[in-house]
Design a protein around this ligand. Structure first.
Ligand SMILES: Nc1ncnc2c1ncn2[C@@H]1O[C@H](COP(=O)(O)OP(=O)(O)O)[C@@H](O)[C@H]1O
Ligand SMILES: O=P(O)(O)OC[C@H]1O[C@](O)(COP(=O)(O)O)[C@@H](O)[C@@H]1O
Length: 326
């Protein structure tokens, strides 16, 4: 019987469990033995690879995170550990892998493919939505809904106290989560690395609005705003209090954004990503590829393409927030 394994790597996100479940169910449907690689690249090296059963994936559709866990591994950069990983796969006759993760994880498997010819399909999965070549990465919709709910809640207390609030979203280097949240939550200010802004002009606007009766201010800042790249959360709090003269509180959402029940959109997309990935691996097509989602359609692109450029937020989306940076 043919065998395909699935693993999750890098930051976990909502939607990974639905993808794992669909992978296992669909493999059985296609008469293929599904395997689960536990603990990401670490488990691949240490040989924690087990045949999947229906039971392993029962009742996980609604759970965030990843049942088969994840890791980041320094060892995988070394050939001897990749060779050890390959030997582990050989023991189970596995020569195909579905990997959920970011571009780092795809680079890892691309190297593995170059070394030993193991075919793989990468499913973009990161709340940061920062993988070049795809408009959407698994987990983003759920993270945005968590941020939306938190921001709505913080707004309630800001308005009750005539305060400003600064909400910091995740996104290592990418302002996508902050940008979309600022638009969707009706923020007054949005600070992200991708948008030029002028604090003097924003300040004049806020002071005028406060003089005209504005009772509270909602600001959204991306995690990537630090080290003089752009105004950090703490710098914005100080500025609001000292220059604008409004009492301010900061809420750093942190890992709250990465967990929680996957939304319907993420569950559906997870199922589609997993199905297309298995079909691709069974089609006999050689070489690693990444499944991407653009304009409501799925397609496959090479790792080289995904790595060829840095992800850029669409101009139309940035335009929607220009009035929040001036
Ligand atoms: N060129 C590479 N060769 C081997 N392993 C790599 C390579 N690039 C990344 N990796 C592995 O992939 C892991 C995940 O990458 P990382 O960038 O942390 O996460 P993400 O997949 O979310 O982008 C790294 O910890 C490392 O083990
Ligand atoms: O959980 P950790 O290791 O602290 O990592 C935090 C980082 O992971 C993320 O949540 C997700 O990033 P990746 O999906 O690229 O791993 C980033 O937004 C954040 O900067």
């Amino acid at each position: 019987m043919m065998a395909i394994a699935i693993m999750t790597s890098g930051g976990d996100c909502a939607g990974m469990n639905p993808a794992i479940k669909q992978f296992v169910d669909y493999c059985f449907n296609r008469k293929v033995q599904p395997y689960l690689i536990y603990d990401g690249l670490k488990g691949l090296i240490d040989g924690d690879i087990r045949p999947a059963t229906y039971e392993d994936v029962a009742g996980i559709m609604h759970e965030g995170g990843t049942k088969i866990r994840s890791s980041r591994s320094k060892r995988f950069f070394e050939y001897k550990y990749r060779e050890q990983a390959y030997k582990n796969l050989q023991k189970h006759n596995i020569d195909k892998i579905v990997i959920l993760g970011g571009d780092g994880s795809f680079r890892a498997l691309n190297q593995f493919h170059k070394d030993f010819g193991v075919n793989f399909v990468g499913i973009p999965a990161t709340i940061d939505n920062d993988i070049f070549g795809t408009e959407y990465c698994l987990g983003v919709d759920t993270a945005l809904n968590v941020i939306r709910q938190a921001t709505d809640a913080v707004r309630d207390t800001s308005s009750s106290f005539k305060r400003a609030c600064v909400i910091e979203t995740m996104g290592r280097d990418c302002g996508y989560l902050a940008l979309v949240s600022a638009i969707a939550c009706g923020a007054e200010v949005c600070i992200i690395p991708e948008l030029d802004y002028d604090l003097n002009i924003i300040g004049e606007r806020l002071k005028k609005e406060i003089a005209n009766g504005r009772k509270y201010v909602v600001c959204v800042v991306a995690e990537g705003c630090h080290d003089n790249k752009c105004t950090s959360t703490q710098q914005l709090v100080d500025w609001l209090q000292n220059d604008i003269g409004i009492e301010t509180r900061a809420t750093i959402l942190g890992h709250v954004q990465r967990g929680g029940n996957p939304t319907v959109f993420d569950r559906l997309l997870a199922s589609q990503f997993a199905t297309f990935a298995v079909d691709r691996l069974l089609s006999g097509e050689k070489g690693g590829s990444v499944i991407v989602y653009n304009k409501s359609e799925f397609d496959f692109v090479s790792i080289e393409y995904v790595n060829s450029q840095k992800y850029k937020i669409k101009e139309e989306l940035l335009d929607l927030a220009r009035r929040l940076v001036n």
